[in-house]
Design a protein around this ligand. Structure first.
Ligand code: ATP
Length: 138
């Protein structure tokens, strides 16, 4: 079997993932990418979405990220994200409340010239969190 690659996912507050994994799949802004050990180095920006990886034991894991940057080196992938949560750490009730708040703000934004982009980004984060938390896997 191929050797593992180190995966580090960090936010401004904390390290969310720091482990050796078999493969990493992420939402690059130019398209989804997959990285195995030995990959050619590259740097990319990331969309909001899901980073998937197979841990050293072969279990599939999912991490919500709010967007950011990824640096791939032959033996290491580093993902810097504004916020990131493991699937099991997502509080789905909190995400549902955030969704309801964002929907209300978006309705108000039509009438009152509130910050539409900000409300839309909050809505997208909540929807993605609900999607990841509701999906199968770990
Ligand atoms: P909220 O309005 O609920 O705070 P948000 O989208 O504004 O949601 P962020 O700014 O993306 O929140 O994140 C702030 C912090 O809270 C980060 O550390 C993030 O990981 C955490 N966080 C936000 N929502 C959730 C959630 N539903 N479950 C677990 N952690 C969350």
């Amino acid at each position: 079997m191929a050797e593992n690659i180190r995966l580090e996912i960090v936010t401004p507050d904390k390290s969310v993932v720091s482990e050796d994994v078999q493969i990493v799949v992420g939402p690059g802004t130019l398209g989804e990418f997959g990285i195995l050990r030995g990959h050619t180095p590259f740097l990319t920006t990331l969309n909001m979405g899901t980073v998937r990886y197979k841990d050293a034991g072969g279990a599939e894991r999912q991490i919500f990220i709010s967007g950011g940057f990824a640096e791939a080196l032959p033996d290491k992938v580093t993902i810097l994200a504004e916020s990131a949560e493991r699937r099991r750490d997502i509080d789905i009730d909190r995400a549902r409340s955030a969704l309801a708040r964002a929907q209300k703000r978006l309705e108000e934004a039509q009438k009152e010239k509130l910050d539409y982009a900000r409300a839309k980004a909050a809505l997208d984060r909540a929807l993605h969190r609900i999607k990841v938390a509701s999906s199968k896997g770990q």
